[in-house]
Ligand binder design. Sequence first.
Ligand code: NAP
Length: 244
Amino acid sequence: MSRPVLILGGTGEARALAARLMDDGVPVISSLAGRVADPKLPEGEVRVGGFGGVGGLVGWLAEHRPRAIVDATHPFAAQISRHAVEAAERAGVPLVRLLRPAWTAIEGDQWVAVPDIAAAADAVVSSSASRVLLTTGRQDVGAFAGIDRQWFLIRVVDPPTAALPTNHRVLRSRGPYGLSDERELLRQNEIDLLVTKNSGGELTRAKLVAARELGIAVIMVARPPESAQHVLSTVEEAAEFVRE
Ligand code: NAP
């Protein structure tokens, strides 16, 4: 049997790549962090849970001897991406980063760019908005804890465990989201500020279009710096890299 490809996953692109490689007859092992209680599983073999830092990942690579690593994790999953670069180098395994392009503002968008989540929380507090849609994900909501000037609609897949803003409602849902639903959500909840990370991609883009149409400002959290040298932006390109 040919050597597998390790896909560091947790994204739609990672699942698409696993399906694509399996179709091509390339065995894959997809790795998930285990953060989501009921994750969408990719085709092929799946392992769940952290590796135990760079050393743990180096050990895993020595044991399983993948032919390549595709880091298809979320653009904000900076730690595992850093670990992957270091471990791949130490183990001598080729690595490529599959990274969807960031969103960019177009005419009509009212974006406030901030460098990180803490700055996003500061920007909310100093804004004149009163009703905020927070879509930064469960792990980041803690940065908004204790804010009492605004009401928050907090959209998450799994319930947050961190402390939350004083006035809020938690809305549990999982994308993809369509434009008419996003428009309705913003209107019904009288949202006047959207907070999001610059995740990029199509599955959650509709909220930005709806915000533009309704004249709603967006606090856009910039991506962390990228660790990998070799970065590709499409599943096709990543599949091609593996074939070569
Ligand atoms: P992170 O901060 O970069 O990583 C923290 C630790 O979690 C890593 O050191 C590693 O533990 C473990 N880990 C992360 N991704 C892993 C994977 N695919 N397989 C095995 N272990 C993994 O990661 P994160 O931002 O918490 O994201 C966790 C997962 O959720 C990723 O798979 C990512 O693609 C997905 N995700 C993240 C976001 C986001 O906004 N951050 C959004 C959607 C999906 P060890 O050091 O023990 O190996």
